[in-house]
Design a protein around this ligand. Sequence first.
Ligand SMILES: Nc1ncnc2c1ncn2[C@@H]1O[C@H](COP(=O)(O)OP(=O)(O)OP(=O)(O)O)[C@@H](O)[C@H]1O
Ligand SMILES: [Mg+2]
Length: 377
Amino acid sequence: MSIFARDLEVVDYRNFPAYALALGPGLTVLVGHNAAGKTNLVEALQLLTSGRSFRKPSPAELVREGAESCRLNLKLEGDGRVIDLGCSVEGGKRSFSRNGKRCRAAGVRGVVPSVLFCPDDLDMVKRGARVRREALDSFGIQLNENYAQLLSSYERTLEQRNALLKERYCTPTLLETWNESLAVTGAALTVHRIALLARIREHLVETYEGITTKETISVSYLPSWSQGCVPIAAIGSAPADDERRAAIDTISSRLMDAYSSREDEEIRRGMTLTGPHRDEVVFEVNGRSARSFASQGQQRSIVLAWKMAEVEVTRDILGRPPLLLLDDVMSELDAMRRDAFLSCVGHDVQTVITTTNLGYFNEHALHAAKVVSMGES
Ligand SMILES: Nc1ncnc2c1ncn2[C@@H]1O[C@H](COP(=O)(O)OP(=O)(O)OP(=O)(O)O)[C@@H](O)[C@H]1O
Ligand SMILES: [Mg+2]
């Protein structure tokens, strides 16, 4: 048996003075009126499982208006043990705990990874490249601590190099102190991203082509240092150590070339113009760019297939599915996509769905679900 989320308790969090939610092992449907606090609870579950919130709140925003501090706890159960994950905000600072012991976000992340799907994700295909990079990274860091460390070390080094680029005394010689470490970290992060995208792609293509029947989809990684996409197959979903090292060497030297050929422009603009923070994830439907040409329905099918792929990739890598959090998406999907999704959720993926209307669920799904009505909070 694998670990699942059992009890969520919050105190002075968002709109709740105190609230306890017991989750079912399968599907839990949270039904309530607008502003009842449904998304707040989904956010609490995401924070406690991934160490991050999709809303990117400041610590103070998590604390109920008028209160001084807040506390969130999630009990996980399985494999013969109970794990208590906590998050609290006190004195304007956020901290995490595991079994009562204070830890960093990394200490709660990944015990039970979560996959969140909310209305903001629905236009992920059309929006700027940052949204797609973040989708890949926020999934990657839950599955692999190395990915998380590389990402934060890349972001830190990038910030320092950018700060230097903004200084009036900045020169190419001074930049050299940062170039190599940024290139090597950036290359390692790129290899992680491409390998993860290769895994996602396998499932995404199958699901998308299953939902739409007559269409084909391709997914690729477009690095900012290259004129074209890097074939995902060139790195693969599970590169051997020597392949990984060779790919890191190649990419870091391409990044170093890019830094030197664009240094004047970088100094003028005060920012680093090449690297994973400028790379793109590209979808094509029937050979045409989805960002430019996909209809709204096609875009939604891509996002749906992406989320379903995240569930399957978690299962492939960790041997167990993630906690799936679906915030208010049923009303946004048509009946066909809704049913496709509900059938993937199945009985072995612990899922929390929020809705204002139970009418979106077929009887079969509701029969097996735990339905929690959120009254006045
Ligand atoms: N720190 C806070 N203190 C007090 N109230 C807050 C705080 N943060 C958020 N809220 C309130 O919590 C309420 C519930 O928000 P939430 O987004 O969870 O609603 P919801 O049930 O998801 O509604 P909808 O169905 O419209 O999506 C909102 O009215 C919001 O203003
Ligand atoms: Mg909501």
